[in-house]
Write a protein that binds this ligand. Structure first.
Ligand SMILES: C[S@@+](CC[C@H](N)C(=O)[O-])C[C@H]1O[C@@H](n2cnc3c(N)ncnc32)[C@H](O)[C@@H]1O
Length: 271
């Protein structure tokens, strides 16, 4: 199942997406990695930030979306990263041609239902002393997602929409990632944080929860509803429900977003 990503829509909310990336990568205890792979690198802003942190490393950014990679290449003025269009389900760490020191998967694995089966192969491919870091949203039972499923269930296209909205089932609790990664012989730090984002404090940016979901949660809906009128009806119903669920406070719209993090450190070679 593949969604059409829009870097313009996704990047509108970068200010809120940066903090979980920064908190995740602050736990990487390496100062001079040789090879860094950013899986699901998107439009590359975070990959390039890490390239600034580790200027001597070789960087590979992997993403399945041609649109996101096109933007990533445009953002990479200095040609710091090797951008690779590939599905992470088929990505072979051997393609790097050298042991990988850091594998990052920031806000990717909620889109990859098979990820519990893929992680062991990625950890195995890490160099001794290497790092794996992942972050996924854990908000699939929040109103932003339950309302989406409720409106999809009432749609004449419900049979096509609902299976595509079951993505949350792919995301596990922090302890599940902890046990998986510790079982692979890593030292693990796993945690969760619920961010109370204050969207649009100035009150001049429109329906911001809807804008947020247009860049992510609504993508599977847009893959089904190609007809403009059909899509507009769905978005209008969903937007109205979001306004009721996330009323505007005098200081902005509060959007609570739970995120799940895990950082694994593979043991260095003995001796
Ligand atoms: C939410 S964005 C995260 C982008 C980036 N990691 C960041 O920190 O902003 C998810 C990205 O994962 C990519 N993606 C989703 N499923 C994928 C898959 N199976 N293989 C490779 N990339 C995938 C999408 O194209 C999108 O660019």
């Amino acid at each position: 199942m593949s969604e059409t990503w829009s870097p313009q829509q996704y990047d509108k909310l970068n200010e809120y997406r940066h903090r979980p990336f920064a908190e995740l990568t602050s736990r990487l205890g390496t100062s001079n990695p040789g090879v860094v792979v950013d899986l699901g690198c998107g439009s590359g802003g975070h990959t390039l930030e890490l390239a600034g942190r580790w200027p001597d490393a070789r960087f590979i950014g992997v993403d399945s979306s041609a649109e996101m990679l096109e933007q990533a290449r445009r953002n990479d003025h200095l040609g710091l990263v090797e951008w690779v269009q590939e599905d992470v389900e088929s990505w072979d760490p051997g393609e790097a041609g050298a042991p990988v020191d850091v594998i990052l998967a920031n806000s990717l694995l909620q889109w990859v239902p098979s990820h519990m089966r893929l992680i062991p192969g990625w950890v195995a491919a890490l160099a001794p002393g290497g790092w794996f870091a992942m972050q996924v949203p854990g908000n699939f039972n929040a109103p932003s997602h339950t309302l989406l499923r409720e409106i999809a269930a009432k749609s004449p296209r419900a049979a096509e929409l609902l299976p595509r909205l079951a993505r949350g089932e792919a995301v596990s609790e922090p302890a599940v990632y902890l046990f998986l990664l510790a079982g692979l012989g890593c030292d693990v730090d796993a945690w969760e944080t619920t961010y109370q984002h204050i969207l649009d404090p100035g009150g001049d940016r429109g329906e911001m929860v809807l804008e947020w979901t247009k860049g992510t949660a609504l993508l599977p809906v847009f893959e089904v509803l190609k007809d403009e009128a059909e899509r507009a009806d769905f978005v209008a119903a969903y937007g109205a429900a979001l306004l009721r669920a996330y009323p505007r406070a005098p200081f902005g719209t509060v959007f609570a977003l739970r995120r799940i993090f895990a950082v694994a450190h593979k043991k260095p070679a003995a001796g």
